[in-house]
Structure formats: structure tokens, C-alpha cells
Ligand binder design. Structure first.
Ligand code: DQA
Length: 139
């Protein structure tokens, strides 16, 4: 099974950025643990701070992979273009957030993407990614 994780803007700074919200671990370290836990899955990773690059990656993997785990960061709350890209592809997408966005500022309560996603996981720290990966294993 092939899973693509896509992280959007500022998520390259995990472990450095706002640690009280996003924790102390950088994504590469977390991903290493995830890959070791699911050795029979292919888990590819891509990060970009650029909206169009995230869309290009969705197009690239969105007809061949089994699942996409997408943390679009702040684009979650603004991007009609990413919402359209999710609607355009056939691979199911899980929207993921490290923080519980519903406990935070009101602008973070709105997702432009959720209605086009298979599901949404928020608020479990980095383990939000693990839960999203596991959701693809449910038969
Ligand atoms: C985030 C939540 C977003 O509101 C924020 O802009 C992020 C990270 C999260 O993982 O909690 O960059 O997607």
C-alpha cells in the first residue's frame, strides 16, 4: 500500500516553531518512527510552503496512491484551489492537524478542504498523522 504524506506551509519548522502548540519533534524524526512501525507500507513524504506545489503533488500521486494524508497548514482555511485539487483526484485524502484547530482562533475553525476529504483528524499532536495512516488500513 502506498501512502503520501503532504505537509504545507511552515510545517518544515516542526520542532522549532511554536513548540507549546506543535511539540518538540521535527517531522523527519517522527516519520522515521512511522516508517519503522509500518514496514509493509510505502510512506512517501513531501513538504512545500507553496500552494501550487502542493496542488502539483496532489495531481502527481492522486491517481495511483492508495491514500494521501494532507496537513495543508494555513492553506486549510483559505485555499479553494487545494479543495478543487482534492475533488479532482481519485485517491482519498485525510485532512490532518497536529493541534485541535477547534480550540484555537475562529479563523482556524473553517476548513475549505474538509468537505472534499474522506475524513479529518485534529488535535492528537504528531500522532494525528499515525491515526490518518491507520485509517487507510481499516477494511
Ligand atoms: C495546523 C493548524 C493550522 O491552523 C496552522 O495554520 C498550521 C498547522 C496544525 O497542524 O495544527 O500551520 O494545520
Amino acid at each position: 500500500m502506498k501512502i503520501q504524506i503532504i505537509n504545507g506551509p511552515n510545517l518544515n519548522l516542526l520542532g522549532v516553531r511554536e513548540k507549546s502548540i506543535y511539540g518538540n519533534t521535527d517531522f523527519e524524526t517522527y516519520l522515521d518512527g512511522l516508517r519503522k512501525r509500518y514496514t509493509d507500507l510505502v510512506i512517501d513524504y513531501y513538504q512545500s510552503n507553496v500552494e501550487g506545489e502542493i496542488i502539483n503533488k496532489l495531481h502527481e500521486v492522486g491517481f495511483s496512491y492508495n491514500g494521501i494524508v494532507l496537513n495543508a497548514g494555513a492553506y486549510t482555511h483559505t485555499s479553494v484551489a487545494i479543495a478543487d485539487a482534492i475533488a479532482a483526484i481519485s485517491t482519498p485524502v485525510i485532512e490532518v492537524h497536529i493541534s485541535n484547530v477547534y480550540k484555537r482562533e475562529e479563523f482556524r475553525h473553517v476548513s475549505m478542504l474538509a468537505a472534499n476529504c474522506k475524513g479529518v483528524i485534529a488535535g492528537f499532536g504528531m500522532d494525528s498523522y499515525r491515526l490518518a495512516v491507520e485509517s487507510f488500513l481499516i477494511k
